[in-house]
Write a protein that binds this ligand. Sequence first.
Ligand code: BG6
Length: 481
Amino acid sequence: MVARVIPVDQFDLVIFGATGDLSRRKILPGLYRRWREGQIPEGARIIGAARSEMGQDAFRQMVAEALTEFLPPREIDAAKRDSFLQMLDYVAIDARGDGGWQALADLMREDVVRAFYLSVAPALFGDIAERLHARGIAGRSSRIVVEKPFGKDLATARALNQALAAYFYEDQIYRIDHYLGKETVQNLMAVRFANILFEPLWNAQFVDHVQITVAETVGVDGRGEYYDHSGAMRDMVQNHMMQLLCLIAMEPPHHFEPDAMRDEKLKVIRALDPLDQTDLVRGQYRGAEGDDYLAQSGNPDSVTESFIAMKLHVSNWRWKGTPFYLRTGKRLKARVSEIAITFKEPPHSIFGESKQWRENVLVIRLQPDEGMDLRVMIKEPGPGGMRLKDVALDMSFAEALGNDLDVPDAYERLIMDVIRGNQTLFMRGDEVEAAWAWVDPVIAGWEAREDSPEPYEPGSTGPEGALMLLHRDGRRWREIR
Ligand code: BG6
């Protein structure tokens, strides 16, 4: 099956931090793929801006190498790659000084979309925004894109919002949470709002509990120092996990449109009860040298969590009484991201008090092997009475939609949405602040207690305490495998 590709308008896209890791790993390969698929019009331009002094040719060479490094060989079409490289320009720029700004201003064209991707440290957002404005490089119709971490608490997030708001309106600001760009995360919305089947059951009357798991096999090696200042709560929960929770718990927006969506997500965050510290478990992987958090973070006294599990309550009419269990961690047994909705028991069993009964569970698998499965009860075949058995109605999206479906990476979709001017999959400033407002007291709580995370084996399913979090409610986590 070939996905339909609608070309975007003419644009000049400036990537600040163009020589950095994210740009080489995700942004530039993503743009190449969109070019190859015919979504980027002839004449569009991508301008790298970074501190290093280099010419256009050297930049093109660097990008060619990045494509080879980060894309599988079958993805590279030499002619397409060469024409892609022709779109690239480069300006050496001093984000906090004067150097390079005039050269950038001279390069920009009139009457095309102007987008500025800030793939730089958040401390530079304000400086760059100010210069773009002062030099007349960004105008009312320009767009500015920023990456996480968007602050490390409410105060810093507010300061970043204010720094951007000084020069840009909210409808020009695109805050990336790459989880929202994932194909299957968007599928959550399709499953919920394009089917009549689930929505009537989607509430506390019928849903026993929800589990959201994002488990990774990788550790923090290579970025331990950065990670140690963040931890799982700031790195994954405040943004990605919170967004998943919102998409599951939100009311149907009246339209799939940016502010309607974001209003509903915001209401979910605001309806979260403050977290009871007994509903929280933090863990840290501790193993042999080379596989040990303390060694990899370079901080032998670290109390930063590489794993977190918690029980949340959304206090509104729809969800009062249904717990949401979240867990995420590094160096776990398998790479799994999934959302599991466990439904309640039928009100009456015509088969008697059968122990064979199992809950109906709808599992939405985000990665790997994206798909959905619904566990339902059927009769076990054969004579011998009515024995019940739970089986999976299992659908792999790859199988259902064709294995060769070329699914764009989250970044590709999001960058194209910036050019189209569609903010639906981007976080609004008040959403980010509300998420921090919920997270801050939780972190303050464990800091005040001076507790240390519970150790867990690398390659395991996390610390013992996380199992207990569900056991004490008479429930079990789904297996991570
Ligand atoms: C990033 C986090 O935002 O998301 C990383 O900083 C994490 O720590 C990554 O590994 C996970 O993203 P994905 O797309 O691999 O699930």
